[in-house]
Each structure stands twice: as C-alpha cells, then as structure tokens.
Write a protein that binds this ligand. Sequence first.
Ligand code: NAD
Length: 506
Amino acid sequence: MTTDTASWSELPFLSGRLLHYGGAFQEARSTAAIPVVSPASGAQFGAVPLAGADDVAAAMDAASAAAPAWGALDALDRGRHLRALAEIVRSRIGELATFESAITGRPIREMRAQMGRIPEWLDYFGGIAAGLEGESNRLRGGFLSYTAYEPHGVCALLTPWNHPILILVKKLAAALAAGNTVVVKPSELAPATPLLLAEWCREAGIPAGVVNVVTGDGSTGSLVCNAPAVRHIDLTGGTATGRKVAAAAAARLVPCTLELGGKTPVVIFEDSDVEEAAAGAVFAAFVAAGQTCVSASRFIVAQAIYEPFLEAFVRRVQALRQGDPADVATDIGPVISAASRDRCLAYIATAKAEGARLVAGGGVPSLPAPFSGGNYVEPTVFADVAPSMTLFREEVFGPIAAVTPFSGEAEALAIANDTPYALGASIWTRDVARAHRMAGKVRAGMIWVNDHHKNDPRSIWGGFGDSGYGTENGWDALRSYQRKRNVLVSTAERFDDWFAGGKRYG
Ligand code: NAD
C-alpha cells in the first residue's frame, strides 16, 4: 500500500470491509460497519467493519499461532523489530499527524508534536527489553534459586479515541518487547490509524500475527476480553468501561491494567507567577479541547491571587483560535462527537443552574461551513465552583474548566482530594518544601510540579481509585506484560529423604 500522501481517498481500508490480522488486510466476515466521520465537519471519510465473533476468533487464531515464535525470539531481536517500526513512523510523521488530526479533530500542530514523539516509545521498549534480567540466590541446604520472565501470550489492547496512536503505541511497545502478541480493539470513534499502524508493522518486518487489529464497538471489545486465548487485558477508557472489563478479566482470572478517567486538580499557590500559571492553566485545560484523562478540570487557586489569576486565565482563553484542525494557526478543535458536544453543553447548563460564575465561553462558536457542521464547544471557564457542584465532581471530557478559591494549604489539599479519582495532579509553587509536601499528600498517580501532562516512556503513568490500576511506561509496564517465575534446583549430591530420617523440611 502507498501511504506517501495524507489523503483519505488513498486508504482503501476505509471501505468498511477490512480488518488487519495475520499480517495482512482481511475481508471482515461481519457485514456490519461503523462510519468514520470528521468531528470538525461531520463529513464521512469511510467506514470500518464492526467485527463480530467470527472476526475476533480469526484474529485470536492469528495471534495465538504467532505467539510461540515471537515469545521465543531473543529480546534483542524483538527490540530490533520495534526500532524498525520506529524508523517507519519517524519517516511518516507528517502523514500520520494529518490522519490523526482529521480523525480526532485535534489541531495539526498538536498532532505533529505528539506523533513526533511516538518513536520514543518504540525505541525505549525496544531498548530495555534485553535488560529484563532475573535474579538468583543460593539457599541454605544446597539449592540454587533463580527467576525468569516469560510473556503472557496473547494480550488484548483496548484503546480510546483521544490519543489513538499514542495510547496504542504505549501499550504495543511494552507488550511486544515483552514477547507477547496482541489483538488491538481501537475505539469506534477513531479506528482508522490503528489499522494503518498494523500495516506499517508488517512493512517493518514484524512477523505476521504479532499485531492484529479488529475494529468495532464495545460489543467487539467484550468479545476480545472474553476470547479464551487472551491472557492479559490492557484497557484505556472510561471508569464505567473499566468496571466491565475488570469483571470480565476476573471471571477468567486474567490480569488486567486499567487506565481510566480522572478529575485532575491543579493547585496554584500565591507565590506563583500569575501569568506563568495562567499560561500553564490554558495548556492544562484546553490542549486536545480538554479531552485527555489528565485535562485540568479543577483549578484550586489561592485567594490572594484568585482574581488576578482569573483575569489572566480568561484573557488567554479568549485569545484561543478555534476552527479548522488542519490549519496550523488553530489552537483548539472540536470535541469528538455530537453526543460529546451535547454532554458538554449540558454540563454548562447545569453549572449555571447550580450557581457557578461563567467567565469565558459557554456556547457553540459561530464558524463558517464546513465547520458549522462540526462538534465545536467554546473553551469555557466557570469561577466560584463549589466542591458540591456537578462540574467539580464529574469528568466532563471537554473544554470546560472549573476554578475554586482556597485559603491555606490544608484547605487546598482537602479540595484537591475531594474526588474518587486519583490520576493526575499539578502543583504550582516556587516553594520547594511546599511542593514536596503537597506531592506527598495529593491523591494522584502522577504529579507534576510547575508543569502539567508531561508524559515520557521513562516516567510511569497510571492512577488508582476510580482511575484504575496498573501502569504504562517504564520498567513497570514491561514487567506487567510478563509473568515472573521461579526455578529452584537442588545442588546437593543426593536427595535428602525425609522419611528415611532426612533433616530438611519445607
Ligand atoms: P470508552 O470507555 O468509551 O472506550 C474505551 C475502549 O473500550 C473503546 O475501544 C471501547 O470500544 C471499548 N469498550 C467499551 N465497552 C467495552 C466493554 N464492555 N468491553 C470491552 N471493551 C469495551 O472510553 P473513550 O470514550 O474511548 O475514552 C475516554 C475515556 O478514557 C475517558 O474517561 C478518559 O479519562 C479515559 N482515558 C484515560 C487515560 C489514562 O491514561 N488513564 C487516557 C486516555 C483516556
């Protein structure tokens, strides 16, 4: 397949008929399809199959058949394959960014930057795979004990729409480096680029059946989770989906990693530079139109700088340029779907009704055709949001920020921790002792100080509470994709027979 230009018309796999498994595009057995639609205009790019039981079974067969040889490959060789894929991605970043932007509605500037970082995950996990060394001990009585890692086998990767390639590659790189084969079920709202990546895996020389992609909705995801071949499940998605996937995994006693929702607090202390904090706030709340799991949705701001911060924040929000995602001048695109736009507008109406003070946005921007057909919501800020209000409590997943004042560190912490989620948090202060004090007490799996949303293959990513469990990135992710086993060898000259008066017991 030629993918030198970023034109949807050149992507025949969007015919609504093709899945990618066993190292090739495959005609779907299911005749149902899901439209692939532009969030920016409503135009339809094409369609992908809604894979059914027969399709999932065929993909599982391909993944199972490939698992023994891939798992037995030396880790250095698996790393070489991942780096070959990194090279292909590196040479096509512009193309990938164009597709990713079109499919998600995220501005091209954002997607070029994000796609530019994708090879880091492939290089990193390709590199550390060979470092998975076990430990050994000599035990009393003449025994040698050593540990060894082995892959789970076939892993299910269930991914969301907000970062279709980034989140897939975070999981894929760790899973493959660890020696697993995978069946990927991308989001029904952004299924196109994962199919393209599967084709690039083939081009990179990754053996057939190692990477398999079946498109579909939650019903397909459920079939994937319940497939007997699956030995590990890794989901990034909403908390409600996480509960269902955890139940499916528990029923089969299959381990899983759950990267779920959040309600990320940003605590801004009075010693912060107000303009710098406001610039950080705009990035934290409105990059990806507020559709990231760690989007800053609760700004908790010291009373002493509350009004100056609000003024600077609102001024910067009102300067954001909203429009065509393909335009490099666009700062903020649409949300993913009409349903998501309607949900955002409902949260805005509820926030007003509950008494929050609207200080920016609050409506649908007026844009020319074709963007008048898109799912746009103005970047919106509410001040004086009380912790009891719906906007403070629920994950919106859109461009709506809540600002709440605090007096004193204890109150800041109490407000920040007043949520069942525990994913990301950021703390803005130049007081080093306070920064570490807060970092030690704020409930979150990832904490940034004087920054937000920094993500790196060497820095673990994951939450707890209603945000799930398990981690992406780093050695922890690689190890979660393997079983660790122990081998104990007697080095004595003969067996110490207990029933013949031997001394060893246990
Ligand atoms: P979603 O839960 O609707 O879907 C996620 C994936 O799960 C999709 O592929 C979907 O088809 C599949 N799925 C749905 N029901 C299923 C079932 N019963 N069994 C198996 N699979 C099923 O999430 P979304 O709307 O695509 O993504 C947004 C959510 O993801 C937000 O809540 C966001 O916070 C979260 N998220 C979390 C992280 C993180 O790192 N913690 C990152 C990005 C997004």
